[in-house]
Design a protein. Structure first.
Length: 325
């Protein structure tokens, strides 16, 4: 199979919205391949439109990217040879992915999941013109609880977390308005209630065959958790023990069967004041998105929005500078 026949599809959505669950589900299809989150696409977006001139720089960046080389374990010689022969940024990324395959793997579709893609969609849509985007949307109060629990944002105020939920989904919604045929909104809450119906729908959208094993990805739990624990040990000989334990616990949790146990956690964990704070900013927007109204604009507090915009600016800057984020 040539690069032109292969596809790359993307999974987006704010952190803790089911993007990893979706990755695990789709990864059960034998002709689809998923990778742990890496930054080789994001770190090189600023060079992509001048690919012929920047090719060697991008290749060097990829080979020096610790997350990609450590977790995906590409054949560096194969990657170098095929990357240099690529005629576009898309085909260079495909060459990088193919260099990670085992000898017996025949892959038609790569699934690239990273919540940060949500903030770079104009570039992604332009550079990968045949790619489709699965947009994971989770009920905002449950999402805010989960992001606070796993320290996704350093500032734990629920109104601030609600602004991140709004802004991330707003950026995606704007691109859906421009490219509706390339997006599928997947309600996390609806999917875990009716997994087969939704997974079939997602497979049709991505032109993937559906198989029942997708609904029981946890059957490979032990294999995946052991691989993660081995990988997370260290890239540089040092790792914080608490970080390792937290990540391992999160990974264990993500390997549980599709179920509704995480729905409506807010009813148990949030105070009335916290519920009102999140709902004030997100409730109308969430309902609009579920109804297909992508032009709706949510409420905002100027202070929280300014703080969030600064954090988002810093995130994008760090990615551009090839820093670990």
């Amino acid at each position: 199979m040539t690069n032109s026949d292969q596809r790359i599809h993307f999974i987006v959505g704010i952190w803790r919205s089911g993007t990893t669950l979706m990755k695990e589900v789709l990864g059960m299809e034998p002709k689809a391949k998923v990778f742990p989150e890496h930054m080789i696409t994001l770190n090189n977006l600023h060079l992509a439109n001048d690919f012929s001139r920047s090719k060697k720089i991008i290749l060097s960046n990829i080979l020096k990217n610790p997350d990609f080389t450590h977790f995906a374990q590409p054949d560096s010689d194969l990657l170098s040879n095929t990357f240099i022969g690529s005629n576009s940024f898309r085909n260079g990324i495909l060459a990088s992915f193919n260099a990670c395959l085992k000898a017996n793997e025949s892959i038609e579709t790569f699934i690239d999941k990273n919540p940060i893609y949500s903030y770079f969609l104009p570039e992604i849509l332009n550079l990968f013109p045949k790619s489709k985007i699965v947009w994971m949307l989770r009920e905002p109060k449950d999402n805010c609880i989960s992001r606070k629990k796993y320290n996704i944002q350093s500032f734990k105020n629920y109104s601030y977390l609600a602004h991140w939920w709004n802004e991330t989904n707003l950026q995606i919604a704007k691109q859906v308005q421009l490219n509706p045929e390339r997006f599928l909104l997947v309600s996390y809450d609806a999917m875990v209630k009716e997994p087969e119906e939704w997974v079939r729908k997602i497979c049709r959208f991505l032109d993937l065959p559906f198989n029942k094993e997708m609904l029981s990805f946890e059957s490979k739990k032990d294999e995946r958790v052991e691989h993660f624990k081995k990988s997370v040990k260290s890239r540089d000989g040092k790792i914080d023990k608490n970080y390792s334990q937290q990540k391992a616990a999160m990974w264990e949790n993500l390997q549980k069967p599709i179920n509704t146990s995480k729905l409506k956690q807010w009813e148990k964990e949030l105070t009335e004041k916290e519920i009102k704070a999140i709902d004030f900013y997100t409730k109308d927007f969430y309902e609009a998105l579920l109804s297909g109204n992508y032009s709706f604009r949510p409420k905002a507090n100027l202070v929280y929005k300014a703080l969030m915009n600064f954090s988002l600016y810093k995130l994008k800057r760090d990615i551009r500078l090839l820093k670990k984020v």
